[in-house]
Write a protein that binds this ligand. Structure first.
Ligand code: HEM
Length: 246
């Protein structure tokens, strides 16, 4: 596995991603990519099979992430989708990703054909390298009502809350063929961690101050000041892990 793993990282970036016209020169890389993908599939399949065999010994309360993947694969549906009680938390996650996208600028894109924007007022010739300012688009008053306000209710319709890919002016995971391949996983991670946290703890800001949401500059969107928050367990003590000193 280690060998396949290191090959995956070597093959992650290809020159033709930046200069598509050089694609022909990378036939070896493409061949290696296909071979490595096949080998990676075999490794993961072996893990799943081994896990299926051992599954009976694992107590049901300690569900392994592989169980979730197997469940999704076998039932062709993702547990915990829109019709459950988590719609509000999902809307909060989306509104957070709209106002504070983790990567405010997409990676460089190489324009393959000439095109015009803003009704022909601005011409972009083929060969230009562009960076899309996702942060700006997601706060554009032409697309969003009261864009500077944190209003999760704008996503509170069942079609919207589970369709991040289909929301033209919201693209925290990027766009196109190099967009994030892990949208469902990323959304679920953020959603479940937040839901779990809110369910388990009462939160308060010290001295009831407003949280400073100023962002720092850079390719990754970090808070300019650390988050200060007081957390208090709100469930019976027996439900917390005994090593967890809160
Ligand atoms: C909330 C969580 C996440 C956000 C907001 C996010 C966002 C992004 C963005 C903006 C890009 C660049 C897209 C572009 O260049 O246009 C990206 C790429 C990528 N993401 Fe994520 N991501 C998240 C979670 C994840 C997770 C959990 C994984 C892996 C398990 C992952 C794997 C990747 C990979 C491999 C790429 C590179 C794709 C490529 O270049 O073809 N992401 N992500």
């Amino acid at each position: 596995m280690r060998e396949v793993d290191s090959r995956v990282f070597q093959l992650l970036w290809a020159l033709s991603d930046v200069m598509p016209s050089l694609g022909w020169s990378e036939w070896k890389v493409k061949r290696d990519m296909k071979r490595t993908a096949k080998e990676l599939d075999q490794v993961v399949e072996a893990w799943v099979e081994e896990h299926k065999k051992r599954r009976d010994d694992i107590p049901s309360c300690e569900k392994h992430y592989l169980d979730l993947l197997i469940e999704i694969f076998e039932n062709r549906e993702i547990p915990g989708t829109i019709h459950d009680a988590h719609t509000t938390t999902k809307a909060i996650c989306l509104e957070t990703l709209r106002l504070y996208p983790p990567l405010p600028l997409t990676a460089y894109r190489y324009v393959m054909e000439d095109f015009d924007i803003t009704h022909g007022n601005f011409h972009v010739p083929a060969g230009t390298q562009v960076l899309v300012n996702e942060w700006k688009v997601q706060r554009d008053p032409n697309s969003w009502f009261e864009p500077e306000l944190f209003k999760p209710e704008r996503f509170l319709t069942s079609e919207k809350v589970d369709n991040v890919k289909g929301m033209g002016m919201l693209f925290p995971f990027g766009l196109g063929r190099r967009s994030c391949p892990a949208i469902p996983m990323g959304m679920r991670m953020v959603h479940y961690v937040l839901a779990r946290f809110l369910h388990t703890f009462d939160l308060a800001a010290p001295f009831s101050q407003d949280v400073d949401m100023t962002e720092s500059n850079g390719f990754v969107n970090l808070k300019a000041t650390p988050l200060l928050v007081l957390i208090n367990p709100r469930l019976p003590k027996s439900l917390y892990h005994e090593d967890c000193k809160v």
